[in-house]
Design a protein around this ligand. Structure first.
Ligand code: GDP
Length: 339
């Protein structure tokens, strides 16, 4: 290694150590800079970000990570602002992150607009970060996890991760949350709003929002319907009696927020006492490890010129019927293995 390169590496390391120290001391600007680094697409930034994350994690701080999902218009930003203010009112530091699949497709975004949470964004104990724009969801997942870890290291007590209820973003957010909540609107009649069974199975709390004014009776009925549906689900080892749970809230009138926090706190301490908290985080770490390997392999298929050419050639053969899909796939896999 040349002397010049060594000096450069030393300077970079010193820079990272200083940034980590400022981050851990809770300096807001250091957090923003660290996040910018973690969200950067540049390889050298990614290496620095990983070093920073490792350094920052040494303190072993853990925040409570709460995932929140719901369709557009259900009241997510109203709820997060009210709940966030409630939490900062208790003296807690709250970070709000958004995972927005629409921003990966169109560059536009449904979530993460700071002005949506005007009051909360001006609260010195709150930090709001919009969704990173990335070309694919895998990239968004990695960067969001990094931002969660940076917020934890910076001493936030609660990290709220918001997403819209479409596609894989919900399961992705659930896989990085300790508690997963689903926000719903009051349903008309006795329909269960076409909520997929899968999402009910990963929810810890179902909150039926807009339980105020004329909508209140409907919200109460909808809550009872969901409570009934939740009781039919198989009991999960990670749940105390009475969970998963459905309850009405009004984000607009700030009703039911204390109850939501009581439930989350009860669930958290029960899981910690019974070892489920650590087990869930450990299982999530393994999930993300496997996911990163998968994503990395797929990226290699797309970026390695030799493999890309072979894929193209084999794809034509499969199209013409001169090779079967399975044999063609085996050829590609053998080529990856040979490298
Ligand atoms: P998001 O798209 O899920 O973030 O939803 P918003 O928070 O932007 O809310 C959508 C609309 O629902 C807005 O007009 C809000 O004022 C309204 N809204 C949100 N929460 C409540 C609530 O608790 N009660 C009532 N009545 N309206 C609400």
């Amino acid at each position: 290694m040349s002397g010049e390169k060594q000096a450069k590496d030393r300077a970079a390391l010193k820079h990272i150590e200083e940034l980590a120290a400022k981050l851990v001391a809770g300096e807001r600007r250091a957090l923003s800079r660290a996040i910018t680094l973690a969200e950067s697409g540049r390889d050298d930034h990614q290496i620095e970000a990983q070093a920073l994350l490792q350094k920052a994690a040494e303190g072993g701080r853990q925040a409570l990570r709460i995932g929140l999902s719901g369709t557009p218009g259900v009241g997510k930003s109203t709820f997060i602002e009210a709940f966030g203010m409630f939490l900062t009112g208790l003296g807690l530091k709250v970070a709000v992150l958004a995972v927005d699949p629409s921003s990966t497709r169109s560059g536009g975004s449904i979530l993460g607009d700071k002005t949506r949470m005007d009051r909360l964004s001006r609260d010195p104990n709150a930090f709001i970060r919009p969704s990173p724009s990335q070309s694919h969801l895998g990239g968004v997942a990695r960067r969001t996890r990094a931002v969660v870890a940076l917020c934890e290291a910076a001493g936030f007590d609660v990290v709220l991760i918001e997403t819209v209820g479409v596609g894989q973003s919900e399961t992705m957010v659930a896989e990085m949350s300790d508690i997963f909540t689903l926000l719903l609107a009051p349903a008309g009649g006795d329909e269960l709003q076409g909520v997929k069974r899968g999402i009910m199975e990963i929810a810890d709390l179902i909150l039926v929002n807009k339980a105020d004014g004329d909508l209140k009776p409907q919200a109460i009925r909808t809550t009872a319907d969901y409570a009934g549906a939740l009781r039919l689900l198989r009991k999960r080892a990670q749940d105390p009696e009475g969970f998963p749970k459905a309850q009405p809230v009004s984000a607009l009138e700030e009703q039911g927020l204390a109850q939501v926090w009581d439930d989350i706190s009860h669930l958290t301490s029960w899981r910690k006492d019974h070892g489920h908290w650590d087990r869930r985080r450990a299982a999530q770490a393994v999930h993300w490890f496997e996911e990163e390997v998968r994503t990395g392999l797929l990226a290699r298929l797309q970026t390695d010129p030799a493999i890309r050419a072979e894929m193209q050639a084999l794809s034509e053969q499969v199209h013409k019927g001169s090779a079967t899909p399975d044999v063609a796939a085996l050829k590609i896999l053998a080529q990856i293995k040979a490298r």
